[in-house]
Design a protein around this ligand. Structure first.
Ligand code: SF4
Ligand code: FES
Length: 354
C-alpha cells in the first residue's frame, strides 16, 4: 500500500499540567517526569519527523511550558522549516518567555479556556487560571502571533456559549474552537456528568451559527459536534495513520492521541524504532489504515470515504473491538450502546483530573 507522509506531529512533551480539567482526554495513567523523553530524544524526533515529511509541529502536553528545554525544542523544530504551534493553558507564559519563543520561531499559540466567567472557568479548571488566560491572550496578541482559543464544551459550560464567543472576541482570537467533549482518557469516567443535553445543543446551535456569520473574516469559528447525538461519526484523524502522528511523553508513537486506550494495539516507541519505520510499517499504524480492515456495514458503505468508519478508539471503548464500526453510526449494529448512554440521567458527580 502506498503510504503518504504525515503532515503534522503532535509532540506531547509532558503530562505534567497545572490544571485539573475533568474533560481531560489524556490517559488515566499519566507518564511521570522521570519517564519523559530527554531533550536529545525530542530533537531527534523532530529531525526524523521532518525527514518523513512533517510540516507542522504542535507542542502540547499536559503543559509544554513545564519543560525547561522548550526554547531549544522550538528553535530546532523551526530551523527544520516546521510551522511550530504551542498548545498551552497559558499558565507560566510570561512576556519574556513568549518573546524568546517568538524569536526562536514560534508561529502560533493555541490557548485553552474552560468557561466565559472567572468563577465557572476556575471551577472547571480546578485552579485559579482565568486571569492568567486573559494575560496570556494579551501577550500573544501583543507579540503579533495568531491566536486560537480552544474551549471544550460540556453540560457544565454549554449555557455559556454566547459568553465564550464574546470572550474570544475580547481576547482578539483569530480562531475559536468550540469542541464538544470527546470521551477518551479521563473524560470517559466523567461522561455522565459532562454529556450535554439535547436542549443545550439545540440552544447553542443558533448562537454559534449567528456568530459564524457575524464574525466571518474576523474570527474563524470551528464547532466540533457532540458526536453521540449525530447520525454519523466524525472522520476521526481523517483516517488512521493518514495525516498525523502523536509522540507521547515517554516516546510511544500513537496513530491518534487517544490510541493508548486500545489495549489490543501493539504500540512502538521512538526509543527503539525509527519514526519512519513506525509510520510506514508498524503494527499499530497499519492496523486500521485504508479500508482493508473494515467489516460490514462500513466495507460496502457509500460513506466510507467520508468518515473512514469513524473513530477506532470509540469503537474499542464502546464495543471492545477497535475494528468495529464506530457505534455512533446509525448503521452500526451497536448504535443501541450509544442510545442507552444518552438516556442516562446526568450526574453532578464530576471527578477532577488528578
Ligand atoms: Fe461511516 Fe461505516 Fe457508518 Fe458507513 S457504516 S456511515 S462508513 S461508520
Ligand atoms: Fe483515536 Fe478517534 S480518537 S481514532
Amino acid at each position: 500500500m502506498d503510504v503518504s507522509p504525515p503532515l503534522g506531529l503532535l509532540a506531547e512533551l509532558t503530562h505534567r499540567c497545572p490544571l485539573h480539567c475533568p474533560y481531560c482526554s489524556n490517559p488515566v495513567e499519566l507518564t511521570t517526569r522521570d519517564a519523559e523523553l530527554s531533550t536529545a530524544d525530542w530533537l531527534s524526533v523532530f529531525s526524523q519527523a521532518r525527514e518523513l515529511g512533517v510540516l507542522q509541529v504542535h507542542l502540547s502536553g499536559g503543559e509544554p511550558l513545564a519543560r525547561p528545554d522548550l526554547p531549544e525544542l522550538v528553535t530546532h523544530a523551526s530551523s527544520l522549516g516546521c510551522y511550530v504551534n504551542l498548545v498551552t493553558s497559558g499558565l507560566g507564559l510570561t512576556s519574556a518567555r513568549l518573546s524568546d519563543l517568538v524569536e526562536r520561531g514560534l508561529a502560533h499559540v493555541q490557548l485553552s479556556a474552560q468557561g466565559a466567567t472567572r468563577e465557572r472557568a476556575d471551577q472547571l479548571a480546578g485552579a485559579k487560571a482565568f486571569e492568567h488566560k486573559l494575560a496570556a491572550a494579551a501577550l500573544v496578541k501583543a507579540s503579533g502571533l495568531p491566536l486560537t482559543l480552544n474551549v471544550v464544551l460540556h453540560r457544565r459550560n454549554h449555557d455559556q456559549v454566547a459568553g465564550i464567543i464574546e470572550l474570544a472576541e475580547r481576547m482578539g482570537a483569530d480562531r475559536l474552537e468550540l469542541a464538544n467533549t470527546q470521551y477518551y482518557g479521563w473524560a470517559l469516567r466523567n461522561r455522565d456528568a459532562l454529556m450535554p443535553t439535547r436542549e443545550q445543543l439545540a440552544a447553542a446551535e443558533p448562537i454559534v451559527r449567528a456568530a459564524i456569520e457575524r464574525l466571518r473574516g474576523t474570527m474563524e469559528i470551528v464547532y466540533v459536534v457532540a458526536d453521540y447525538y449525530e447520525p454519523y461519526p466524525k472522520p476521526c484523524m481523517h483516517g488512521w495513520g493518514a495525516r498525523q502522528l502523536t509522540v507521547a511523553p515517554d516516546g510511544t508513537v500513537l496513530p491518534c492521541p487517544a490510541a493508548s486506550a486500545i489495549s489490543t494495539l501493539e504500540l512502538s516507541s521512538v526509543r527503539e524504532t525509527p519514526l519512519a519505520e513506525i509510520w510506514r510499517d508498524s503494527p499499530s499504524f497499519t492496523a486500521y489504515r485504508g479500508e482493508d480492515w473494515m467489516s460490514e456495514p462500513c466495507r460496502t458503505c457509500d460513506r466510507r470515504g467520508v468518515d473512514f468508519g469513524g473513530c477506532r478508539c470509540q469503537a474499542f471503548l464502546l464495543t471492545g473491538d477497535a475494528a468495529a464500526t464506530d457505534p455512533v453510526c446509525s448503521r452500526s449494529p451497536h448504535r443501541e450502546v450509544v442510545d442507552l448512554i444518552l438516556t442516562r440521567p446526568g450526574t453532578s458527580d464530576l471527578v477532577m483530573r488528578r
